[in-house]
Design a protein around this ligand. Sequence first.
Ligand code: UDP
Length: 328
Amino acid sequence: MRILVTGGAGYIGSHTVRQLLAGGHDVTVYDNLDAGHKRAVPAERLVVGDLRDIDHLDNLLVVNRIEAVVHFAAFAAVGESVTNPAKYYTNNLLYSLHLLDRCRRNGIGKFVFSSTCAIYGEPDQVPITESTPQRPVNPYGNTKLAFERALADYASAYPFGYCALRYFNAAGAAADGTIGEDHTPETHLIPIVIQAATGKRPHVEIFGTDYPTPDGTCVRDYVHVDDLASAHVLALAQLTPGAKLAYNVGIGRGYSVREVIRTVEEVTGMKVPVKEGPRRAGDPPSLVAGADKIRAELGWAPKYDNLKAIIESAWRWHKAHPAGYEGE
Ligand code: UDP
C-alpha cells in the first residue's frame, strides 16, 4: 500500500514506519521535526512539513497516490494541554480535520489514528475496556475523543474506514537499539528513571505515594513501542470502507511507579535516587488496558509481555545513545 505517515519521525511513528517498510509498503513520512527526529527514519522517505500546511499535504496525497493515512502528528503533553488548550485544539483537532477532509476529497478510504486511554479520563473500574465510559478530564483527551467522533461520522457517511488505537503507556525501544525514545523535555517515567540511574539527573521524583494502590504509587500499563507499531500494521490490513474500529492497546497488566524504579535498578545494576513528592494534577491512580478485543479481532499479541523485557530494550537504546539522536 502507498501510505502517508504523519508524525512518522516521532517515537511511535518511527517504529511503525520501520515495520511498514519491512512489510513492503511504500511509505511517505510527513513530519515537522518539532518532536520528531530526522535520524529516526530513512532520509529518502522523509518530507519535512507541518500539519497546518494543508496544501503541501494535499499535494503529497495526490502526487504520491496515497491509499492510506496513519496519523500520529499531534502534541501529547497533558499538562501543557491544560495551560495551552489552543495549541491542542488547533493542531490535534482543527488541522487533523483538514487532513481528514482532504483524504475524503481525494478518495483515500483508510485511516489509522493515534488515540489514547486519556479519552476514558478517570475510570471507575480497571481494566478499561472499549465500552468504558468516555469522559476525558483534560483538553488533550478531549481533542483525541473529538477526532475519533469525526472519524466515526465520516465512516457513516462516506466510503471510508478507520481504526483508532487507544494507546496506554508507550515504552521501550527497537530490539536492535537503533531507534528509541528521545523527548525534549523528557516527561515520561521510564526514561526519567534511567536518567536518574545514570546520573543524568539528580533523582526521580515520585508523583504521589498516597494513591489507593498496593504500594501507594500510580499504576500504569506499559506497552512496548514495537507492539504498538504492529497494531497499526494489523489495523491497516483490516480496514475496509465503512469500518469503524477502535481498540485499546496495552499488555493488560499494570505496574506501579515503585515497581518501575525497582526494575530499572535490576536491569541496569545501578541505584536510582528517589524523592517522594506530591501528586501530579490529573493523574488517575490506575490505568490498565482490557485489550482482549484487539487480540481477538486483529490477532494482535504483544511480543513484550512484561515490564523487565520492556525496560531492557529501553536500556539498550539509552546505553547506545546517551544523548539521544542529537548526540551522534
Ligand atoms: N511519574 C512520576 N515521576 C515522574 C514522571 C512520571 O512519578 O518524573 C509517574 C506519573 O505520575 C504516572 C506514571 O509515572 O503515574 C507514568 O507517567 P508518564 O508521564 O510516563 O505517563 P502518563 O501516564 O502520564 O501518560
